[in-house]
Design a protein around this ligand. Sequence first.
Ligand code: NAP
Length: 497
Amino acid sequence: MAPADQPFSLIIFGASGDLTRRKLMPALWSLYAGRVLPEPFTIIATARTGMTDDEFRVRTRAAIGEFARTQPPSEAVWEHFAKALVYVAGDPADPGLYPRIAHALKDAEAARPGPPNRLFYCATPPSLYDDIIANLGTSGLARAAPGGFTRIIIEKPFGRDYESARALGRQLAEAFREEQVYRIDHYLGKETVQNILVFRFANGIFEPLWNRNHVAEVQLTVAESIGVETRGAYYEEAGALRDMMQNHLLQLLCLIAMEPPASFDAGPVRDEKNKVMHAIRPIDPARVQEAALRGQYAPGFVEGKRVPGYRQEKGVAPDSKTETYAALRLLVDNWRWAGVPFYLRTGKRLAKRVSEIAIRFHETPHMIFRRGPTGVEANTLVIRIQPDEGIALTVAAKTPGPDLRLGPVRLDFRYGEVFGGEPPEAYERLLLDAIHGDATLYARGDWVEKAWQLLGPVLDAWGAVEGPPLSPYEAGSWGPPEADAFIARDGGAWRRP
Ligand SMILES: NC(=O)c1ccc[n+]([C@@H]2O[C@H](COP(=O)([O-])OP(=O)(O)OC[C@H]3O[C@@H](n4cnc5c(N)ncnc54)[C@H](OP(=O)(O)O)[C@@H]3O)[C@@H](O)[C@H]2O)c1
């Protein structure tokens, strides 16, 4: 049996929570239904909430009904999956829970062939990670049994600044070796995100253009139309910079800016991403306002409905200074990218839910044609991450008619149209990779620390009592008006996707 196909146990901490219900169990079911989950397997769910195995199974069945891509074709198929679910009630902070987990693991392993392969998943609030990691260490569960593997997946946030990220790294290192640790950033599991590397490194025609000689600027946008919903209290502690910029947007930047890795394996891919982080020009603490801008949504209209401002949301302080919009201007100081600005923006309650990367190329040095009424845009390559996943290239074309006039047209590839159906959920791919021992799409500890270090001056400035201004913006708009001035300094303008 190949190691990737070996039986395994997955132990989920925080199994009564939102992530387990909406993402983890539906993803595990879809993998099982798609016949790609190695068998036999056992899922040991644990949380403080008292539940029997059967009660957890009923809960999981409902979660699959609501959130999974595929539904059980018959009760028999469901029953087979459900039999693999075990629930152990207990507090992850209590060392007494761990011998009971060990017992459940031994039972599962005694009933099947193969070595003891174990994957722990921290799906609890991050304040519990310390206890879980320490208890896994002292109970001996962090050690891989002979012939088998032991891994741990942890959910973001990985700290809330450089110091806390380092402390988490040290804590992990006391119990685990780095190759056992899988830091999940679900953005990296999205099909279109993986396709960035395929697009760049499996097609010969783009790579020669992928540099400062041809690229004028790169814009990365992760925009949400929703507000903080029920997560006001969480968001007050996080803000846009910590919630989205430090992880998802910087990861996307690395995928766009990295050099070709020697192979598509965890080591080379993550090494190249780290090199990008090292090449990003540090933000000068005295000039944060030139590199970063923050905003906060005020009341407005979204899809025709009036919505409250951030400060009126439940769990949010009426004088909150937490940013719900963040924009960065970064420079990658290396031979490939010197002088090309990378603009990153993210926000809540923006005009549209859209995540995209737009690479704008230089204009032709001289235009010999007359422009049409819509003008001529510079060639722009847009990688749409969500929704409507795909890749589009804007080119100039002759508009119909006797005159030779030009207008922009889009060469548009849409995943849905070409491949049909819904792409798999990011968690499916990432869970399967961790089971297979492939960390390529996971964040490495040194990358995480470097990302926090880069944003340190911004976090400090924005956390100061007399920090840079927090610009309000109307909910349903494209962010604060100051954001337009921020990018206009370079002569550019934000895209309106
Ligand atoms: N939800 C998402 O979509 C999402 C997306 C990305 C990342 N994440 C990350 O994934 C992790 C889990 O998120 P979640 O939304 O599922 O969290 P959650 O629902 O708030 O918490 C998960 C479970 O942890 C247990 N728990 C909470 N506080 C505890 C405490 N003080 N002591 C012991 N157990 C406690 C609770 O179970 P019991 O009360 O039964 O013990 C709860 O059901 C977080 O780190 C989050 O940042 C979540």
